[in-house]
Design a protein. Structure first.
Length: 485
């Protein structure tokens, strides 16, 4: 990589929007993962035109550019592991339009997802994707990671709501994908190509999403189980009963205890596992009927207790507690290593048993929670990266869990992306021919390799290795001091 041309960057974005001090660069050297690497500079452009200028300059000068939304990513996607320039997109925060007549909203890429959801709700509409980080993460980051969330089981993920994007190629051309129509088959589906591309193919600057009518009624259900596999089996039973809850979350004993210690909302400390479900809809009677079915199926699956949230305040408390799961677990030990394996629903019970077995085998503490209705688990190892022996055991345990998920017909990432953290495992899951197709797409769109290098394709930085010996040549990769989130 060539040196960054600071003078020209300052001319493009303005001197006050170019950050070069060590203090500023440290703030942009990490995401919600646990490996740090300092950028050479941070630039905060105002619009797509300035982004285009930055990318043209990068192509001419040969420095690397790493797009960044809010840095809540959990696979190291916005960490500049080869140095270069971090492109902070947070100034692109205009909500251009909420259009109830067309059921759409158009926002700039740096808009926080909760702000988009609030603007839609004001118009009586719902933007369904709701990652646990919704109050912080940006819609651009959601597009780049194809983020899921708590409602994905019924409503789908980010890609299900994308209609049109504005983006900038690595060479600095501004282009549009898709259309603001509810159907379009005009040419290749570039919207889908960019969605989930983790900032490696283009920089997204504006997003048009589809909205749906706001459901008027909801019912939340809380169930406890003696064992985690029994709770996981109940998930498959609910799905087989012909009801699709909007949310169906699972938590193991370690997670329940960590949340209760943190939030003190009265979660049952004696429970071995919990399921949290919600059904929603426009007709109250239908919602009540679906809730009754979910309750019956969960009871028949052997739950110790099943109850409805008494009122909206109780409901809010429960879901707020669930959203705090990662933060709660991060209080238990200095380092959290959170994974994102996803398996077919009918293999979920096997997967949770494997996670528990692997944790026992390596004498590790794990808290497992996740979007069980999607088959998506977040086994979170609670560890201390200063202990090299324990770190090695975590690395081996995570590797076994990834391989087991693939063997069960699952995937190493349901929603957090590959980044550098999982790039070692991607070829095992998709195979060499698919990797080659991805490499060709990357080369066609970014021939000089300036956009977010070292991500998706094998970066040689291990998901959980903290050893300085794996540092790539240019990036100043170093140990993070605390766990994610
Ligand atoms: C507590 C917590 C809970 C979470 N819960 C969920 C969850 O339920 N579901 C889920 O899917 N994820 C979840 N995440 C992960 C994370 O929030 C998502 O991946 C989110 O989409 C990242 O958005 P961001 O704006 O923070 O992006 P960043 O972390 O800044 O970047 C993520 C990736 O996107 C790229 N990027 C960012 N903006 C752009 C752009 N405009 N154009 C091109 N590339 C871009 C970056 O280069 C990077 O590769 C959670 C994270 C935390 C900390």
């Amino acid at each position: 990589m060539k040196p960054v041309d600071l003078q020209s960057l300052a001319e493009i974005a303005g001197r006050e929007h170019l950050l070069t001090s060590i203090e500023d660069r440290i703030c942009y050297g990490y995401d919600s993962q646990h490996v740090e690497s300092l950028p050479d500079a941070v630039v905060c452009p105002a619009d797509a035109h300035q982004i285009a200028e930055v990318l043209k300059l990068a192509n001419e000068s040969g420095f690397h550019v790493v797009p960044r939304g809010a840095g809540t990513g959990l696979s190291g996607g916005s960490v500049p592991i080869t140095g270069g320039v971090v492109l902070d997109l947070s100034r692109l925060k205009r909500i251009a339009e909420v259009n109830p007549g067309n059921l759409t909203a158009t926002v700039e890429a740096g808009v926080v997802t909760a702000s988009l959801a609030a603007a839609a709700e004001k118009a009586g509409l719902l933007y369904p994707p709701d990652p646990g980080s919704i109050k912080v993460c940006t819609i651009g980051g959601n597009v780049a990671e194809n983020a899921g969330g708590l409602r994905a089981i019924k409503y789908g993920v980010t890609s299900d709501y994308l209609m049109s994007l504005e983006a900038v190629t690595s060479g600095g051309e501004i282009f549009k994908t898709g259309a603001r129509t509810h159907k379009s088959v005009a040419g290749y589906d570039l919207t889908s190509l960019l969605c989930g591309s983790e900032g490696t193919l283009a920089v997204v600057t504006s997003v048009t999403v589809r909205l749906v009518p706001l459901p008027k009624h909801r019912r939340s259900i809380l169930a406890t189980f003696l064992e985690l596999p029994a709770a996981a089996q109940a998930v498959a039973n609910v799905m087989a009963a012909g009801v699709v809850p909007c949310t169906l979350e699972i938590m193991d004993r370690t997670t329940i205890r960590a949340i209760e210690d943190f939030k003190k909302i009265g979660l049952p400390l004696e429970a071995g596992a919990m399921l949290l479900a919600e059904v929603d809809g426009t007709a109250s009677a239908a919602v009540e009927e679906e809730a009754a079915t979910v309750r019956r199926v969960i009871e028949e699956a052997g739950a110790e207790s099943v109850e409805f949230a008494a009122d909206s305040a109780a409901r809010e408390r429960v879901w707020e507690a669930r959203r705090s799961a990662l933060a709660a677990l991060a209080r238990v030990r200095p380092t959290t290593i959170l994974e994102d394996v996803t398996v077919p629903l009918d293999r979920l019970a096997e997967m949770v048993s494997i996670v528990e077995k692997v944790a026992r085998k390596y004498s590790l503490l794990v808290g497992t929670f996740g979007h069980a209705g999607d088959g998506n688990l977040h086994p979170t190892f609670l560890t201390d990266q200063r202990d090299p022996d324990e770190t090695t055991r975590v690395e081996e345990a995570v590797g076994e869990i990834f391989i087991a998920a693939i063997d069960l017909g699952g995937t190493v990432s349901g929603e957090h992306g590959i980044g550098f953290a999982k790039s070692r495992f991607l070829p095992i899951e998709v195979g060499a021919p698919a990797m080659e197709v991805m490499r060709r797409i990357k080369h066609a769109l970014d021939p000089n390799g300036i956009l977010n290098p070292g991500k998706v394709f094998d970066s040689q930085v291990s998901a959980i290795s903290f050893s300085a010996s794996v540092c790539p040549p240019h990036g100043d990769v170093r140990h993070a001091s605390t766990g994610s989130a």
